[in-house]
Design a protein around this ligand. Structure first.
Ligand code: 3HC
Ligand code: NAI
Length: 694
């Protein structure tokens, strides 16, 4: 008998229990165990109905994703579910936790479904670049109709029990002990003379095929580059246009196609990387964490306000400290405005708005924050100002409080050095808007204590973020790599590529927008100030392209001034501007550069490869511990296309040797200064390995 599935009888009810921690994934032994249990209970004449239930924290949460890489042994899930659906005795699925993917498909193969009020169901395969491959695209539409099926399967969300009941996915919501409730439900079925009921026998309603065309057109932009959403629409269409078995065959064919695709491989990589990123190499799993019950944020500006919202959203009381009452009032008004907007969209209630606002306590006195467990500083990006703040914090905060800085460019160690407790100081680099962006680069200082790192990594998840641990360096991981791309894209323009050509190449690669559209949106003056500071500090670039600075000096700061690299007639649509074209040509001439036609391939290589080379340096220096940390940062902080798996994963896919060879080629053309391959890249190429072989 399977070691993950057992069966027994209780009176006339046969019980099947799945026990495969942590999430009862449908590995080979679970599939085999389900089949054998059903067959044995069907053969037992004393059994009149069957209840399927799971041990532990959840119902079956899906196929075992680990098996996708190794191949799935027999029996396949489709025939197992077929055995259940065609059984001559009624089978009831009793659901708690999450019935997801293959788990919900198993439940749909049962004849009845009951669930606890807290249960969630869903077909989230789309997030792995897949589609439900065990009948989900054929059975769910027969229960909920075409429109709801499209929303559920293409959306891939989790549906709460009450909504699932309203949609007809589950038959009843039960309370109390699930096993007892499941058995009672089965006994009542028998008493009422109700037998098996197969979804495959439901004749789907007739639908207008325009539903599918319209839905596809509606998601085309958002889902650009992903394969799975479009294959799913195709399958759901088949559910309405083909007999059940032919629909199943279509589903299988498209599932296999997705399983073999690079898009799904990348998305599955991200699934595990997102879980792995929280586990810090070298930090014992049982490292004690400090208790975080209260927080304080210093500075209620753009970032401080957003950071405070994250704490309030997680139910953690947070004090917001500013220099003056008027700055606090302004910051609080912005926060309230954000919450009100979310409430207007129906994502939270008005009561939620008030509860969250009540958790944010404004103050102008450091006395009010001396008892908090963590402080996050988000004042101006100026070392002297930050040092003052940290000296004050060191003087007032209780011992053991974590002192974090949200600096995006300054040295965390230098900030820590003004305190008597550098072990308690850490960087928490949020991304703007801080209440929306999921990424959090947690910056470990030279002296940051292990328990501070462990606490902040776990706090990241608590406040809804994906925390990636990085070390101290200029720009940390994300901005440091971005800098390499920014530099090269500016050179390319000087050499004759247009901003719109470069933006298109990177948009087509999969980024939500190209670097110049992004720069205009962020405001060109921001980068200008940074470059001014660098020049003042004597940090001279070997090659300096000045055309963007000249644009800024014309008062064109980007979208906010209706003109930057592009012109904005309606405030947001970038239009190439002949004035800028002439300015660029003049700058090139002044620099003695002869402009030429530049191919899209050259643009792609010169924008992407320096980022990857920088990533290799980052790994070598130990700024990021693993390539997956870098991938997670780029996917969650910079709009890197998920279906490419992150820059380091993508680099492995295209082959490091190609990148190395391109570096050599460009070194001959432009000199070695910017085209020196990282030693790690060179080493991996020599060994025929990729970053993920490290
Ligand atoms: N297969 C293998 N391992 C899985 C898994 C799965 N389907 N789902 C979760 N795990 C593992 C995680 O990797 C993690 O392992 P770790 O502890 O070693 O890091 C562990 O289970 C716990 O997972 P989480 O940390 O994510 O736990 P949470 O409690 O936060 O979330 C969950 C639980 C909501 C079930 C979440 O894990 C989840 O969303 N899982 C994936 C669900 C899914 O996508 N199912 C569809 C799979 S594809 C499929 O079914 C194809 C079918 O149609 C043929
Ligand atoms: P901001 O200018 O919007 O806000 C700073 C706030 O700090 C102001 O409200 C100011 O009154 C307050 N402040 C200044 N000195 C103070 C002091 N001594 N005590 C208390 N409050 C003080 O700046 P922003 O954009 O919010 O940036 C804050 C920090 O976040 C900076 O370190 C910045 O580098 C970092 N950051 C900014 C990002 C962005 O996109 N804006 C992204 C990631 C990090």
């Amino acid at each position: 008998m399977s070691d993950t599935v057992s069966y027994s009888t209780q009176g006339v009810i046969g019980l099947i229990k799945v026990n495969n921690p942590p999430v009862n994934a449908l590995c080979q032994s679970v599939r085999a165990g389900l089949k054998e249990s059903v067959e044995n209970l069907l053969a037992d004449d004393s059994v009149k109905a069957i209840v399927l239930i799971c041990e532990g924290r959840t119902f079956i949460a899906g196929a075992d994703i680990n098996e996708f890489a190794t191949g799935m042994g027999e029996p396949g899930l489709v025939p197992v579910i077929g055995t259940m659906e065609t059984a001559a005795k009624p089978i009831v699925a009793a659901i708690h936790g999450t019935a997801l993917g293959g788990g919900l498909e198993v439940a749909l193969g049962c004849h009845y479904r009951v669930a606890l009020p807290t249960a969630l169901v869903g077909l989230p395969e789309v997030n792995l670049g897949l589609l439900p491959g065990a009948g989900g695209t054929q059975r769910l539409p027969r229960l909920v109709g075409a429109e709801a099926a499209l929303e559920l399967i293409v959306g891939g969300g989790h549906v709460p029990a009450a909504q699932a009941k309203a949609l007809g996915i589950i038959d009843d919501i039960v309370k109390g002990d699930l096993l007892e409730a499941g058995i009672a439900y089965a006994e009542k079925l028998l008493a009422d003379g109700k037998g098996p009921r197969a979804i495959r026998d439901i004749t789907p309603e007739t639908v207008d095929s325009a539903i599918f065309d319209n839905y596809e057109a509606g998601i085309a932009r958002k889902q650009r580059g992903f394969l799975a959403p479009f294959h799913i629409i195709n399958c759901i269409r088949a559910a309405f246009e083909l007999p059940f078995d032919e629909g199943m065959a279509r589903e299988q064919e498209l599932f296999d196609e997705l399983m073999a695709s690079s898009e799904s491989a990348a998305q599955r990589h991200i699934f595990f990387a997102e879980r792995e990123v929280a586990k810090v190499p070298g930090l014992p799993k049982d490292t004690a964490k400090r208790d975080i019950k209260t927080a304080a944020i210093i500075g209620a500006g753009t970032m401080g306000g957003g950071i405070a919202m994250n704490f309030a959203n997680a139910g953690i009381p947070v004090k917001l400290l500013e220099l003056k009452q008027e700055f606090l009032d302004k910051g609080l008004a912005t926060i309230r405005g954000n919450y009100e907007n979310t409430a207007k969209k129906g994502r939270i209630t008005q009561a939620d708005v008030e509860t969250r606002m009540a958790l944010i306590e404004p103050t102008t006195s450091y006395d009010d924050i001396k008892g908090v467990d963590i402080v996050i500083e988000a004042v101006f990006e100026n070392m002297d100002v930050k040092k003052e703040v940290f000296k004050t914090l060191d003087g007032v905060c209780k011992q053991g409080a974590i002192l974090a800085t949200n600096t995006s460019t300054l040295d965390v160690d230098e900030i820590a050095s003004v305190t008597q407790r550098p072990q308690d100081v850490i960087g928490m680099h949020f991304f703007s808007p801080a209440n929306v962006m999921r990424l959090l680069e947690n910056v470990r200082g030279e002296k940051t204590a292990d328990d501070v790192i462990a606490t902040v990594m776990s706090l990241s998840k608590r406040i809804g973020k994906i925390g990636a641990l990085v070390g101290v360096c200029d720009g940390f991981v994300g901005n440091r790599m971005l800098h390499a791309r920014t530099r090269e894209s500016a050179f390319l323009v000087e050499e004759g590529a247009t901003p719109e050509q470069i933006d298109k190449v990177l948009f087509d690669y999969g980024f939500p927008m190209g670097p110049f559209t992004m720069a205009d949106m962020a405001g060109l003056d921001v980068g200008y100030k940074v470059r001014e500071e660098r020049r003042k500090a004597g940090k001279i670039e070997q090659r300096d392209s000045v055309w963007i600075d000249k644009i800024v000096e014309m008062g064109r700061h980007g979208q906010k001034t209706n003109a930057g690299i592009y012109l904005y007639e309606d405030g947001r649509t970038p239009i190439p501007d002949p004035v800028v074209k002439d300015l660029i040509a003049q700058c090139a001439k002044d620099a003695g550069i002869e402009q030429r036609q530049i191919s899209d391939q050259e643009i792609l290589e010169r924008c992407m490869y320096p980022m990857i080379n920088e990533g290799a340096l980052i790994l070598e220096e130990g700024i990021a511990a693993r390539p997956l940390d870098i991938d997670i940062i780029w996917i969650n902080g910079y709009g890197f296309p998920a279906y490419k798996g992150g820059p380091m994963f993508w680099a492995d896919q295209i082959g490091l040797k190609n990148i190395y060879d391109a570096y050599k080629k460009y070194a001959l053309q432009f000199g070695e200064h910017y085209w020196q391959p990282a030693p790690l890249l060179e080493k991996l190429v020599k060994e025929g390995k990729g970053f993920y072989d490290l």
